[in-house]
Design a protein around this ligand. Structure first.
Ligand SMILES: Cc1cc2nc3c(=O)[nH]c(=O)nc-3n(C[C@H](O)[C@H](O)[C@H](O)COP(=O)(O)O)c2cc1C
Length: 125
């Protein structure tokens, strides 16, 4: 978890200049120490494990009236240098955490469930 302003400023640059990374009072840097375990289905475990953890953080933050934004657009090697993260560790995602603008609180329009779910077998939606 990074609160230091100067570090957040550097992280913002590593995140391709995304200003909100610097403006958010906290940036959670989600890292994995991994042996690159692959599940039987062929997917790597660690990005999925991290995504589960991040999603729980987003929900917990929301329940506290806070806002989050996933940040996947960043240069991993730059983030590692800024935070002294060892080479064998993967930086999977940054999560900016802060107080949302009132305009960001309103629910967004969503596709109806029938447009994104299939029942029983594959269907061309
Ligand atoms: C894996 C992942 C990476 C993302 N990376 C970025 C990012 O680098 N910068 C950004 O502004 N938003 C990023 N987002 C957030 C999306 O732009 C979007 O705001 C968020 O997923 C909410 O989607 P919604 O509009 O469907 O609610 C990312 C989201 C995900 C899931």
């Amino acid at each position: 978890m990074v609160k230091d302003y100067q570090l957040r400023e550097k992280l913002s640059v590593a995140a391709k200049g995304q200003k909100f990374v610097q403006e958010a009072p906290v940036v959670i840097v989600v890292c994995a120490q991994t042996d690159n375990h692959t599940m039987t289905c062929g997917q790597l475990s660690y990005p999925i494990d991290c995504a589960i953890a991040i999603d729980h953080m987003t929900l917990a933050a929301c329940s506290l009236g806070l806002g989050t934004c996933w940040v996947g657009a960043f240069y991993e090697d730059d983030v590692k240098k800024i935070l002294d993260i060892p080479p064998e560790i993967r930086v999977v995602e940054l999560l900016a955490l802060g107080y949302p603008k009132p305009s960001a609180i309103a629910p967004k329009p969503r596709l109806p469930l029938e447009k994104i779910t299939m029942r029983e077998k594959w269907q061309n939606l």
